[in-house]
Each structure stands twice: as structure tokens, then as C-alpha cells.
Design a protein around this ligand. Structure first.
Ligand SMILES: [Zn+2]
Length: 99
């Protein structure tokens, strides 16, 4: 696996699994897959963009890992859309501040 241009990955000691699911620049979980292209029958390059800090990277991954990332991204997106719909339909919103 090759993680291209991880600006803070070396200094923050993010785990490999965290690098797959979070931005290497700001550690946001909102990093988005923009494209996937087959490099060989066994590997795929996944192009990602972080909407929070603007970081772009490419991951050279085995096909099975890329497929899992795409499934995770689809589930994450569905969850965000569901939350957005629930917030839009709420009669009122309460924000709990434990402090
Ligand atoms: Zn980021």
C-alpha cells in the first residue's frame, strides 16, 4: 500500500487503518473518494479529497481493500444523508452541552 503525499502522517503516527478512512492532513473522517482506476488486475488507485482541509491523495490498494473502502464510503454517505433528512424534518433541535 502506498499513501501519496501524507503531510502529517509521519508526525502523527496514524495507523494504516486510520489512513484508509481518515484524511492524512487533518484526520477528518469526511475524506471522500473521487475516483478509482485499475492499475493491474489486482490493484486499484483510489483518488481522494478532503472537504475540510483540501488535502488530496491517492492510495494504491489491493482490489479487495478498495472494494471495502467503497462500501464503507457508501454506508457513511447514507448515514450522513439520513441524519440530514432527520435534522431537516425535526420540529425543534436540542443541543446538549455536558459542560
Ligand atoms: Zn483533511
Amino acid at each position: 500500500m502506498d499513501v501519496s503525499d501524507p503531510p502529517r502522517a509521519a508526525s502523527t503516527a496514524m495507523s494504516i487503518s486510520s489512513l484508509l478512512t481518515h484524511c492524512a492532513g487533518c484526520e477528518s473522517a469526511l475524506i471522500q473518494i473521487e475516483a478509482c482506476r485499475a492499475v493491474t488486475p489486482e490493484s486499484v488507485v483510489v483518488t481522494r479529497h478532503c472537504p475540510e482541509c483540501g488535502h488530496d491523495d491517492e492510495l494504491d490498494l489491493p482490489v479487495a481493500v478498495a472494494e471495502l473502502l467503497l462500501l464503507r464510503a457508501a454506508d457513511f454517505t447514507a448515514g450522513l444523508l439520513d441524519l440530514a433528512e432527520r435534522l431537516a424534518l425535526a420540529d425543534e433541535l436540542w443541543v446538549y452541552d455536558p459542560l
